[in-house]
Design a protein around this ligand. Structure first.
Ligand code: ADP
Length: 662
């Protein structure tokens, strides 16, 4: 279902998931960091509580040793009370020291000098059970014993929480009494716990049920309380030491770790935002790119020129639709194909292979069109023109070749058609030449025929006289001569009709612009020019008026003159240029005539040749007929114009003729 979503909503969903994940990861990290901090604080306070218990235990042990020293002192020289007073001055945690006999009766006692005697109000007997308990333990263990804690009210309305330590006095292995030290629990906390522990924490003694007995330490309060409890088990009595630590309202950055995590989180979010921006920019660029690609594709698809790209090994990497249509293969049938390409005619594979190897070796001149023959999928061969150009990638390296392929079969067909039409024109020219000959013949034969006819008439007249002598012979001769006359007349009529046929072309005249005339012959002229390597220059102003002429015949004249000019430059002429020009005729300035000029840079005409130029059947060429120029002159003269020639200095000839404007 996810994949069926539109790309846009899918992207949004992905981004939302990413943001959600990052946020939840960050909050988890912050929470974990907070937790870690709590654990740190908790374990710190646990350690502190353990340290405090250890401090107290050590101090109590030391005190026991001090008391033992008191027991073993020689009381004969220094009285017990004096010694005890001295000790009480040194130990603020003790409230009172007592020396008791074996039945726990107080033999002597000294109170602390630092406060009012604690048992003044209720008397010592009120705490007797605790002393008994402590001394029982002491006796049993032959060592220090502690009694349960007890509350002793004081005169100032407050009270003291006390605890008794009982130490058996043993002389020579015999229990002789007890030394009882009364501890003030709050003083124990003040004096026996290291000040560094109580500076920022509250330390207290509690009963096992949680009742608070004594406390010491800072009273600062925060919202968060950390509590640690440690057992202080003494021989005969067990208490709980409780440590309370307050922390203010949790900071945004409670410690370095959290701060670090937060900083990383902010960095992550920033990177995420930047990434999102970058993504958006990329998307825009992608869109632009897709547009450009679509545009390029539309362009390639609309091209009629076939495009084909090949890599440096000659494998086809790209073909456009025009190319596929040209060769009749589908794109997938061509792409990836190496040499020989599927559209190479089998008979040309060797030649094309060599050409290809030459190109791949980098020896082919770029951008030069080469003519080739390709084969369609159907097997049909067709001529193409190929323009190859190196394919350069974004790094500027050549990765292969891009070829533009033009199907020139249509062009070849047109050329073929014009060649056929030229042949037809030449045939027409030959016909016209024959017409010219017929015209000449008719002119020449008319006289002899007329002579034959009049001789026949004369003979008939003479025969009339001779008929009188030999009517039989006269009859026979007369019919023969009559037949000669009839045949001569018939021949005359045939010749006249041929003459008329030739003359009838006069009616085929029409108004044609010189440019139209030139345009019509140009394809043939250019075809021949290409064959002979001649450059043709046309100079025909567009605003020239039309001429009245027999279009076919004038075209024939133009073709004849241009062909002669080009043939004259055929061999060793260095600069083969044929100029075709049309201009108003200078000789007919007043009347309206146009002059057509054909100038070449050929070998020119020798004097001997010039004299016979218009003689029918005179030619200097092997395959020439020698009728061209005489026909040209006839055609031009039939239009009332003039055909002239003169040398084109320094080299070549200029042939010109005039035609009337319409
Ligand atoms: P053909 O071309 O068949 O020989 P033409 O009557 O057209 O017949 O030409 C007769 C001769 O005139 C040519 O054989 C050639 O020697 C000469 N001639 C014609 N035009 C030129 C020219 N432009 N330059 C030199 N010689 C020419």
């Amino acid at each position: 279902m996810f994949f069926s979503l539109a790309p846009r909503s899918r992207r949004r969903l992905l981004w939302a998931a990413l943001v959600l994940l990052v946020l939840s990861m960050l909050s988890t990290l912050v929470w974990l960091a907070g937790r870690y901090e709590v654990t740190q604080v908790q374990s710190q306070i646990e350690r502190d509580a353990a340290d405090a218990v250890s401090d107290i235990r050590t101090a109590l042990t030391r005190n026991v040793q001090t008391l033992q020293a008191l027991q073993y002192a020689d009381h004969a020289t220094v009285p017990w009370t004096q010694e005890a007073s001295k000790m009480l001055r040194e130990h603020r945690e003790w409230l009172r020291l007592e020396l008791r006999d074996i039945d726990l009766r107080v033999v002597s006692s000294v109170d602390t000098p630092f406060r009012a005697p604690p048992f003044n109000r209720l008397g010592r007997s009120a705490t007797q059970p605790e002393v008994v308990q402590a001394c029982t333990v002491a006796r049993r263990q032959s060592g220090p014993g502690y009694g349960a804690s007890a509350f002793v009210p004081q005169a100032d309305g407050l009270g003291l929480e006390i605890m008794d330590l009982c130490l058996p006095v043993i002389n020579d292995g015999v229990l002789t009494g007890y030394t009882v030290a009364t501890y003030s629990l709050s003083e124990v906390l003040v004096n026996m716990v290291g000040p560094q522990l109580t500076r920022s924490q509250e330390v207290s003694f509690t009963e096992s049920d949680g009742t608070r007995l004594a406390m010491h330490g800072t009273a600062s309060r925060g919202t968060r309380v950390f509590i640690a409890k440690q057992l202080l088990d003494l021989p005969g009595h067990t208490m709980v030491l409780r440590m309370d630590s307050w922390h203010g309202a949790p900071d945004v950055f409670p410690n370095v770790l959290t701060a670090l995590v937060m900083a990383m989180a902010i960095a992550l979010v920033t990177v995420l935002v930047m990434l999102a921006r970058d993504m958006r920019r990329r998307q825009r660029v992608e869109l632009d790119l897709a547009d450009a690609l679509a545009f390029r594709k539309a362009m390639e698809d609309s091209l009629v020129t076939g495009l084909r790209a090949r890599d440096s090994e000659g494998r086809i990497t790209y073909v456009n639709p025009a190319f596929c249509e040209m060769v009749g293969f589908e794109a997938h049938e061509l792409i990836g194909q190496g040499l020989p390409a599927p559209y190479w005619p089998p008979e040309m594979v060797d030649e094309y292979g060599q050409r290809q190897a030459l190109r791949l070796a980098g020896n082919a001149p770029p951008r030069e069109g080469a003519e080739s023959v390709f084969m369609r999928k159907s097997g049909e061969r067709f001529p193409v023109m190929i323009f190859e150009a190196p394919l350069i990638n974004a790094m500027g390296e050549q990765t292969g070749w891009m070829g533009a392929v033009l199907d020139v079969s249509e062009q070849r067909r047109v050329e073929e058609v014009s060649r056929a039409s030229q042949e037809r024109l030449q045939a027409t020219a030959r016909l016209a030449t024959v017409g010219e000959m017929a015209s000449l013949l008719s002119h020449e034969l008319n006289q002899p025929l007329a002579a034959i006819s009049s001789y026949a008439t004369g003979s008939m007249n003479l025969l009339k006289d001779a008929a009188l002598q030999d009517p039989q012979l006269a009859e026979t001769l007369s019919s023969a001569i009559q037949r000669i006359g009839q045949q001569a007349e018939r021949a005359g009529r045939v010749i006249k009709s041929v003459h008329d046929f030739v003359r009838r072309r006069d009616q085929a005249r029409e108004a044609v612009t010189p440019r139209a005339l030139l345009d019509h012959v140009m394809p043939l002229v250019i075809l021949q020019a290409r064959k002979l390597g001649v450059r043709v220059v046309v100079n025909c102003p567009a605003d020239l008026p039309a001429v009245l002429c027999d279009r076919t015949m004038v075209e024939q004249v133009l073709l004849n003159l241009t062909r002669n000019g080009m043939q004259a430059m055929a061999d060793d002429t260095p600069n083969k240029v044929l100029t075709l020009a049309v201009r108003p005729a200078a000789a007919h300035a007043s009347s309206r005539w146009l002059e057509f000029v054909v100038a070449d840079l050929g070998h020119g005409i020798a004097q001997g040749v010039a004299d016979q130029l218009f003689t029918p059947f005179f030619t200097t060429k092997q395959e020439g007929m020698g009728l061209g120029l005489s026909l040209c002159r006839t055609v031009v003269e039939q239009h009332g114009g003039l055909l002239r020639f003169e040398p084109n200095l320094p080299r070549g000839m200029v042939f010109s003729f005039t035609l009337p404007q319409s």
